[in-house]
Design a protein around this ligand. Sequence first.
Ligand SMILES: [Zn+2]
Length: 386
Amino acid sequence: MIGQSVRLTTIRGIAVGIHYSWFIIFLLITFSPTARFSAQHPQWTLFEHYAVAIGTSLLFFASILFHELAHSFVALAKGIPVRAITLFVFGGVAQIGREPDRPMTEFQIAVAGPIASAVLAVGFGVVAHLAGDQHEHIAALAGWLSSINLVLALFNLVPGFPLDGGRIFRAALWHATGNLAKATRIAARTGQAVGYAFIFLGIWTGFTVNWFSGLWIAFIGWFLLNAAQESVVQVSVRSALTGLVAEDVMGRDCPTVSDRMSLAELVHEHILKTGRRCFVVAEGSRLEGLLTLHHVKAVPQDRWTQVSVGQAMTPAAQLRVVEPDQPILEVLQILEGEDINQVPVVEGDRLMGMITRDHLLRVLSAKMELEIPERPGLSRTSAATA
Ligand SMILES: [Zn+2]
């Protein structure tokens, strides 16, 4: 769902990035409070207007980040890995490594975001009150941030999956029915209804109040509709893969190479002739390691004759491996959560086969009878109104 983004920083192992579309929001926020500030404070200079507006935009950015970090920290505390937080035009997304295994965990992760926004709304409200008339710049900035954070808390509580409110709704359904797939389907349908409602509200607002606000609301509706539809796809992916284990899906014909082979020989005899990008390094059936094109590229070309496969590979001890009887959904979560393309299937130290993303997707599309699924990602979404 999120494409190119600029990496800003890393917080507790979570990569924080900004998607290019976020700059639209920055401009909107910078210019929309400017209009409001100039109406309320006509005596301010142009410099004062823009200083306050840019400060407001940056703190709005920090507010969204705080909201996503709240989700992420609760997830981490529950032992669920969080890969990245991306801020984009409609708010933020925290990419959670896997789905929670209990309704209560889902509820706690989901509710943390709106609580964080509500806390900020109160905090900025207090600052605005204390600043009063003596510090009118701070009062204006904090006042606006207090209302926008309140809107953020309330909007995210709308029970349309995958908004936080929709996740809370799903956790409740999950708790009541004991069936995650069914709960997700109902919550996602509600999410689609909420998406349509926003689109109609946007069109209505566009004709009666203000075309720009209308367009904005309709866009948010369209985004929610898409996100909800994607969740429906994720559920079908899950049900298509339920019951399969690693052994059913793995490829058994992995070409193995010896760890004593030089990189030059590997490149000329194997990579260039077959176009393969990944090799299993094995001694008999004992797994020694894994070597991909990335490993080869990491070694300067003039050293390919001296460096052996064994020196360049990731040794077996450092590899993420799965067992033959491991459910395929777990394997998918490992591939997604750790952002790797293939994982060896190993019993003891014996290599049984390989599961690659490509192969998994081929099995998936065959099982879904040519209904082409989107890449099954697990993400948590929050949206913001501006
Ligand atoms: Zn949220």
